[in-house]
Design a protein around this ligand. Sequence first.
Ligand SMILES: [Zn+2]
Length: 300
Amino acid sequence: MNRINIPFLSLPALCIVLLTATGIAGQGVRIARYWAGKKAAVSFTFDDGSPSHCTIAAPMFDSLGLKATFYVNPGDAEWAEFRKLALSGHEIGNHSMTHVCPFCIVTDPAVLQREVVASRDSITKNIGVVPMSFAHPCCCSFSDRQIRAYVLVYYPVDRLCGEMYLHPDNIDKALRGELDTSQYHIQKDWLILLAHDVSDPGNRDGLRTTLRYANARQDSLWIGTYANIGRYVRERDSASLEVLAQTATNITLRLRLLQSMRPDWYTVPLTVRIPVNADTVMTDVIPDGQTHLRQSLVRI
Ligand SMILES: [Zn+2]
């Protein structure tokens, strides 16, 4: 077991879980598809920095203890209000500096730098948090690989159009793994809702209805920000999980991400499922290069 003797604890994106229980089965240990073993995920995203995001949408989420993603345009942002949302734990993402339309045909490097990079720096300065996701303006970038590649140099995840409709039926589709992935969706069981101004009664009521419907299904549905779920998916899909040592009562795991994945970006805990007798226990593992004991242990 030379591997244990090398200084792997100092490598990025690596951690060890020490779990003590009775009846551990090393075979079958795996990373859960979604955090805490949820069956599907949903992200509520809001574009264009409408004042109604702060006065109407965010309070709905706050009243339920849930978090949403608000995409602002730094060239025209109401910083004070959105700073409050960030302090409440909501995600403030980047929707480009000036909302260039159509964005997918931009080729001028100076324009890309302004819209993708300078705008990120502006959000960092004005909000106090580095944005972890970028929403392409005008929803046309699904067809442009070069622009997506440029964006993903500066952000761990980007958002295209997503599912447009705030409707409970889409929650059900996600839970059944039946979302239409043909063009926009990243996963058939990750619903990405997109809204703009929610001040008119129709949009406001649609949001409230859909949010309540999702909230009532939290036992199987992960309601999270776009950046958190997106990073979980990328971590999950690239991580390698090894059982380094195991007895009937102890197990030592090693979780590694790709060396190319920036450790300051990919910090979302991954849930690991460990068979114990006829049950499964789950523990959250943060891939930040440190050793962690279990953070939570949930018997299901
Ligand atoms: Zn927009």
